[in-house]
Design a protein around this ligand. Structure first.
Ligand code: SME
Length: 168
């Protein structure tokens, strides 16, 4: 398996790539799609990376990279639901020990879910899975969170709120 690169330079390079990819593009789905691809292909040891957006009582699958995933997750269920409830990143070192874990790809052994915040409210989550146990840490959660902030600031999000019938 590929060696994990957890160096500061590696993360700075990912941030720079994101800024270049976003450029002047404002379409949120376009930018979120490339965001998922950027994380999937640049964060080491990842087998799934993507968005779920809150729509009424569910988390609905958004742009992602990886194998086909569950389309709707009830807002109170799974690691994703826990993230919505906690309104902060949830890091799961061993998904098999997480009560209520929703399996999508059988090769996933650890997971990290980060809230997607817009105008101080959670509108969804960004979910990352890894076949490596204990793959994620707080530092990476903060890093992904800072990238999500860049994504939200450089995209038009209001139309998405209407589309997903988010009660903001
Ligand atoms: N494992 C997640 C479901 C989404 S997939 O991992 C893509 C959960 O328990 O919420």
């Amino acid at each position: 398996m590929q060696e994990l690169d957890l160096s500061l330079n590696h993360y700075l390079a990912i941030k720079e790539k994101l800024e270049n990819i976003l450029g002047d593009e404002k379409n949120f789905i376009t930018n979120a799609s490339n965001f998922a691809s950027l994380i999937f292909h640049n964060l080491n040891g990842v087998n799934w990376a993507g968005f779920y957006f809150i729509s009424n009582e569910n988390l609905v699958l958004g742009p992602f990279q990886g194998k086909i995933a569950c389309t709707r997750i009830p807002i109170s269920e799974g690691v994703c639901g826990s993230c919505v409830k906690a309104k902060k990143a949830v890091i799961v070192p061993d998904v098999h020990k997480f009560p209520g874990y929703i399996p999508c790809d059988p090769s996933a052994n650890s997971e990290m879910v980060i809230p997607v915040i817009y105008k101080n409210k959670i509108i969804g989550v960004f979910d990352i899975d890894s076949p490596i146990y204990n793959r994620f840490n707080e530092m990476e959660a903060e890093f992904i969170s800072s990238l999500l902030e860049i994504l939200m600031k450089s995209s038009s999000v209001d139309s998405i709120i209407t589309y997903y019938e988010l009660h903001n």
